[in-house]
Design a protein around this ligand. Structure first.
Ligand code: FAD
Length: 485
């Protein structure tokens, strides 16, 4: 029989354990671990996998205090280790306190019918009862005089865990019963959050909603708050132009023509110019790309100039067909400028160009299929030309999974938005992240409060609001030609 494929991939923010690693990672560890023992052939596990993955996303910033893992017991090589951990049915969820000594120390946690919020609460509850086995990386528990039941205390504790990897900020909870402090801060609403600076001044957090995701986002993006030393070991070399430029002040609500032009220059003159011979599917991909640019024609007049792509045994002729007067020959990143030359730049520009293309193709016009064509053009371009091969493989894997099922114009726009967010989530905390531009689920709450919802403590998107936000952001009226130096 064919070997079952695992339900999780190395890209998921959880550790896939094996016979070789399970005991070594789970026992004697300074982290607490929540582990799913699963069998890839089991229907329940297949249905449960999205929840476990969503939980892993939800608590990814809690590492290394709390780690999430999964172990495939259907893999014959893992049979013995699963037996050692006493696993008889699937999925089985277990919590291992920090410094657990034996496989039997694992504590069974919530039934797999649980939601992300239930599971998160189960982790918090077990963590709070850890006593001497407190993970060293974990923030301190509430003050001893806290008389609230653990289940209620957990809610605010989560914000502290969410900020775990961030430096220069600490989260503490004050109870309504602590009258002196309540009076000192002039607190009238519970819950509410206040920012206390080192100089003693304080102010209420100006958040749209008094909820975990709003607090967390606000605190993480405060000036001076930076991600700490715990970095995820993600490799992947994004292609960037190495140019040290003076900082430019970009308005992050705008899209800059300089970024779009720089990206077109880089795609057409650098990446498409790389292959010694351009033929077959690769040539087809370039023709598609150029044809899509011409059809959407978002820079006005540019497309017509590059329509002629002819096969050649030497360099592609796009170079000759796009006169310098129309498309600048230099690179200037404005909205896509990184804090250092190796950050952001070209890959940021490529996302921006394709978001713009899908959205402008979706806005009116007789060609209903154009937004879908833009998506498949992007897929082809990335596959055949995008210099970061690992990125291209990841993108192709996402596209192969669901791009063909995209039906309407708006769906095409949302597909690219949600898959870009999937990439953002995967790369958050990795070594390609510009510390000044943390990878966020986008648009963040301060840019689009109406895009965000919290249902029973779990974040969800209002997709209709996201769609109108995207349409506005990438509208021709929001393109900026000038930038202040
Ligand atoms: P980017 O992610 O490049 O985003 C650019 C801008 O788009 C942001 O500044 C923001 O204004 C806006 N934005 C952010 N999210 C969204 C969204 N969901 N919808 C609409 N607009 C949004 N790097 C890797 O290390 N590994 C990879 O596997 C990888 N795969 C990639 C695949 C593709 C197809 C592309 C184009 C890039 C990939 N990259 C990968 C690069 C990475 O995604 C970033 O582009 C790069 O790290 C620069 O990040 P950034 O901070 O400029 O933001």
């Amino acid at each position: 029989a064919a070997r079952p494929r695992s339900l999780y991939s190395p890209d998921d923010p959880l550790e896939l354990l094996s016979a070789d690693t399970a005991e070594r990672r789970l026992l004697g560890s300074p982290s607490a671990w929540a582990v799913e023992f699963f069998a890839s052939w089991c229907g329940h596990c297949i249905h449960f996998a999205p929840t476990w993955r969503a939980l892993a996303e939800d608590v990814r910033e809690w590492r290394p205090a709390v780690m999430l893992a999964a172990l495939d017991c259907a893999d014959e090589a893992n049979q013995q280790v699963c037996a050692d951990f006493g696993i008889t049915g699937f999925p089985t969820l277990k919590f291992f306190r920090a410094f657990s000594k034996k496989a039997e120390d694992g504590i069974r946690i919530a039934h797999p019918a649980a939601t992300v919020a239930d599971l998160r609460r189960a982790i918090i509850t077990n963590l709070e009862q850890s006593g001497d086995a407190w993970p060293p990386a974990c923030p301190p528990l509430e003050p001893a005089r806290d008389s609230h039941p653990i289940s209620q205390r957990g809610d605010r504790f989560q914000v502290a865990l969410d900020l775990l990897q961030y430096e220069n900020v600490a989260v503490r909870r004050v109870l309504s019963s602590e009258e002196e402090l309540v009076e000192q801060f002039g607190v009238t609403t519970f819950p509410s959050a206040y920012l206390l600076l080192r100089n003693g001044s304080f102010s209420r957090l100006p958040v749209h909603a008094e909820a975990r995701s709003f607090y967390t986002y606000y605190l993480r993006t405060l000036s001076g708050v930076t991600r700490g030393s715990y970095r995820l070991n993600i490799t992947g070399s994004a292609v960037n132009e190495s140019r040290a430029l003076q900082p430019l002040q970009a308005d992050r609500s705008k899209v800059y023509v300089a970024d779009l032009e720089s990206t077109l220059h880089y795609t057409l003159r650098v990446e498409a110019g790389r292959p010694a011979v351009l033929a077959g599917a690769q040539l087809g991909a370039l023709k598609c790309y150029v044809a899509t640019l011409a059809k959407v024609d978002f820079l006005g007049g540019f497309g017509l100039e590059v329509l002629m792509v002819v096969p050649t045994r030497s360099r592609p002729s796009v170079l000759q067909a796009s006169p310098a007067a129309v498309l600048p020959t230099n690179i200037t990143w404005v909205g896509c400028r990184g804090s250092e030359p190796h950050f952001r730049g070209y890959p940021c520009g490529l996302w921006t160009v394709f978001h713009l293309l899908t959205i402008q193709a979706a806005q009116g016009g007789p060609d209903q299929e154009l937004p879908l064509e833009v998506l498949s053009t992007m897929r082809c371009y990335v596959k055949h030309f995008f210099g970061c091969q690992e990125c291209a493989q990841h993108f192709e894997a996402m596209a192969a999974k669901s791009m063909d099922q995209v039906k309407g114009r708006d769906e095409a726009v949302l597909w690219l938005w949600s898959h870009h967010n999937e990439v953002n989530a995967r790369l958050a905390g990795g070594d390609t992240e510009d510390p000044q531009f943390p990878k966020l689920q986008w648009p963040p709450p301060d840019m689009c409060p109406q895009c965000h919802r919290e249902q029973r403590g779990v974040h969800t998107w209002d997709e209709a609001a996201v769609l109108s936000f995207l349409k506005e952001r990438f509208s021709p009226g929001n393109l900026l030609l000038d930038h202040a130096v």
